[in-house]
Design a protein around this ligand. Structure first.
Ligand code: CA
Length: 229
């Protein structure tokens, strides 16, 4: 689905726990994909990295720790935040979990409210536009909660696709995005869209950003894609 809805991969072998957590995440506006074991989790991530992973430690066959270790060694998934869920409470386990590269560690039984707060804390760092943060780049301010964009204090009119494109750019100024990466992020992998469509919307975004004057902040990087600044 094409939206700012953050995607969460939930890896939990206990059906009851998986369903309760999935229900709460969905009620909170997350797009949830569920996996019952480590192999399935790794396969799903291969198809496309989620914005965040909730990973049970104790899983049959491939353990959560092993899944975490594998994902944190791959460049494509290294930056996806992983929150480990564990019935283990020993300090040494917590340390081991974090040493494997997990970004946070929650002990079962956990409070769903606290877990949601931890999820949002991770996303605020990695995908700020999905959790209602205000993003700033030079004279441009994007409020992802109210969907308002201003430049030098003046409101800009943006279509929904241009808004999502700008959110993506403003999360990581200076990063060069290929057309394929923008398609994945802005349109979603389920929809077939031609890469030329990206160029069309970039054109519209440029026009929108300059509707009250000012320089074009978007940069075309030949053979690579686009970046903000
Ligand atoms: Ca388990």
């Amino acid at each position: 689905m094409a939206s700012e809805q953050p995607s969460v991969l939930l890896v939990e072998d206990e059906p009851a726990q998986r369903e309760v957590l999935a229900y709460n995440l969905e009620a909170d506006g997350f797009a949830v994909t569920k996996a019952e074991n480590g192999e399935e989790a790794l396969m799903l991530v291969e198809e496309g990295a989620p914005d965040l992973i909730l990973l049970d430690w104790m899983l049959p066959n491939v353990s959560g720790i092993e899944v975490c270790r594998q994902l944190k060694t791959r460049s494509e998934t290294r930056n996806v935040p992983i929150i480990m869920l564990s019935a283990r409470s020993e300090e040494v386990d917590r340390v081991r979990g974090l040493e494997t590269g997990a970004d946070d560690y929650v002990i079962k039984p956990y409070s769903v409210i606290e877990l949601m707060a931890r999820v949002r804390a991770q996303l605020r760092r990695t995908r700020p536009s999905t959790v209602g943060e205000r993003l700033e780049y030079e004279d441009i301010i994007l409020d992802s909660e109210t969907h308002r964009v201003t430049r030098k204090g003046e409101g800009l009119k943006l279509g929904p696709t241009e808004f999502r494109l700008l959110s993506t750019f403003m999360e990581k100024p200076g990063r060069v995005w290929s057309r394929e990466q923008l398609l994945d992020r802005v349109w979603g992998r389920d929809i077939y869209v031609d890469t030329r469509t990206v160029d069309v919307h970039i054109g519209r975004l440029r026009k929108a950003l300059c509707q009250h004057g000012g320089d074009d902040p978007l940069r075309t990087v030949r053979g690579a894609g686009y970046s903000l600044g």
